[in-house]
Design a protein around this ligand. Structure first.
Ligand SMILES: [Zn+2]
Ligand SMILES: [Zn+2]
Length: 440
């Protein structure tokens, strides 16, 4: 069976963000999107695991179902901040677990080394090789997947760590790493250019944060296998049963190009190299994006396709298309009204991929229908994202429902994945995020 899976999400307990989003709403939005399997997120968090135990039950195959039968897999993301070879390192890893006993053992092991109750994505001072070894010691069914591998601040291949490949980071434990998450700012063709990644399968997930539940599945992995923990893990490990991925345009990712958010400076890798990787406005080092890192480490030309390449789709999320065609804030009432009209045809993924022009015209405007078809053909240009700012899909005046210049509408208050000044945590200022939240 074909399963569209999003196995990297977060709960309401990540980053101290409080709202009433729980399992019920995750299920609701996953169904709306057309996602058929979700990660639980945050399984080490004491409050969240309580909710998971109350709301989900193991169907006997390591898949945890809601009362309505919607399937979840036990999943979390752990932030590792440590030193190796005299250099500071910061790596995020997604962890999948087969059952609640294993989750309890993982949590107990981590509690010996720190706290798990302050954030759904806790931080530990454990080197990556030791982390993998520790988890494999608990169960060889646990899977560790390096998260959003190219982003600048918290990823294995990102600018901060300066690792040249995964072997350098995971050392002898690299043999237990089978897949890598490409992240929003890179797509399979970018990763195919690096031969050191050939031995890993590519997966894509949303890395959804709780107060944007409708972001589920903006990136996802397509499996063609049975819906059991074992079958999904086998597909991740061997590629058999892993049919491909659903991606956004990598330029939409918030770390695609180099730049400075506060200086409003966004640069292509070549331009930033010319400037010595310093900001032309403030003179400080630029945040080096994903395109730049791939360019530095690639040993193959643009356009290289490996013989075993998996299929992938490039699709902008529907909310972003509506936002820019209609020129309104992404989570406003007007945009939701337009969104819900389209949902009469099926899930978001069905609308984006399969509904005909005729069907679309029954529920939406001509310009919006054209935008959906153009998206399907991969022809929408995107102004690249940088330093935590999302990229923006571009539409000409004729393609929009409003006249004049395109409004450069942002995608709202997402948490910024940037270390605090003290370099100790990845937390951002709470008041800023909450202020943004109030707008929705
Ligand atoms: Zn992360
Ligand atoms: Zn600057």
């Amino acid at each position: 069976m074909t399963i569209i899976a999003d196995l990297h999400i977060h709960s309401k307990h990540s980053r101290g963000c409080s709202n009433d989003l729980g399992i019920d709403n995750l299920e609701k939005y996953a169904r709306m999107k057309g996602v058929g399997l979700l990660g639980t997120g945050d399984f080490t968090h004491p409050e969240w695991i309580k909710e998971l135990k109350a709301k989900l039950s193991d169907d006997g195959t390591g898949i945890f179902r809601t009362a309505n039968g919607f399937p979840f897999m036990l999943q979390t993301e752990i932030s590792l901040i440590y030193s190796s070879n005299g250099k500071g390192r910061r790596v995020h890893n997604v962890v999948l677990a087969p059952n609640l006993e294993v989750v309890e053992q993982i949590t107990d092991e981590l509690k010996k080394r720190g706290r798990v109750d302050y954030d759904g994505r806790p931080i530990f001072k454990i080197p990556c090789p030791e982390f993998v070894e520790m988890l494999r010691g608990i169960s060889n069914k646990i899977e560790v997947i390096p998260a959003h591998i190219w982003t600048p601040h918290f990823s294995v291949m990102g600018e901060y760590n300066q690792f040249k490949n995964l072997d350098e980071c995971f050392e002898d434990q690299v043999k237990h790493v089978h897949a890598v998450e490409t992240g929003l700012s890179s797509d399979p063709p970018m990763n195919w250019r690096c031969s050191f990644l050939d031995k890993f399968n590519l997966v894509s997930f949303s890395d959804l944060h709780s107060y944007w539940p409708w972001r589920i599945g903006r990136e996802a992995t397509i499996f063609d296998c049975g819906l059991t923990y074992e079958a999904i893990i086998k597909a991740i490990r061997t590629g058999q049963g892993l049919a491909g991925t659903m991606e956004v345009d990598p330029a939409y990712g918030k770390y695609h190009y180099d730049g400075h958010r506060n200086c409003n400076v966004c640069l292509k890798p070549a331009e930033s190299v010319k400037l010595g990787k310093k900001c032309p406005k403030c003179g400080r080092p630029l945040v080096i994006g994903v395109e730049h890192r791939v360019e530095q480490l690639a040993d193959r030309p643009i356009g290289y396709v490996p013989p075993n390449a998996k299929k992938f789709y490039t699709l902008m999320p529907l909310s972003e298309l509506l936002q820019h065609v209609f020129g309104k804030g992404i989570a406003t009432k007007g945009i939701w009204e337009e969104y819900n009209k389209l949902m009469k045809l099926g899930s978001e993924i069905e609308v984006l991929l399969n509904k005909s022009e005729k069907e679309l015209l029954n529920v939406t405007t001509e310009k919006m229908a054209k935008a959906i078809l153009k998206n399907r053909e991969g022809k929408i240009k995107v102004k690249p994202g940088f330093d935590g700012v999302y990229g923006v899909p571009l539409f000409s005046e004729e393609e929009r429902e409003y006249p004049g210049e395109q409004k450069m509408l942002g995608t709202g208050p997402e948490p910024k994945e940037k270390p605090a000044k003290d370099g100790k945590t990845g937390k951002t200022k709470k008041n800023k995020e909450q202020k943004g939240l109030a707008e929705f």
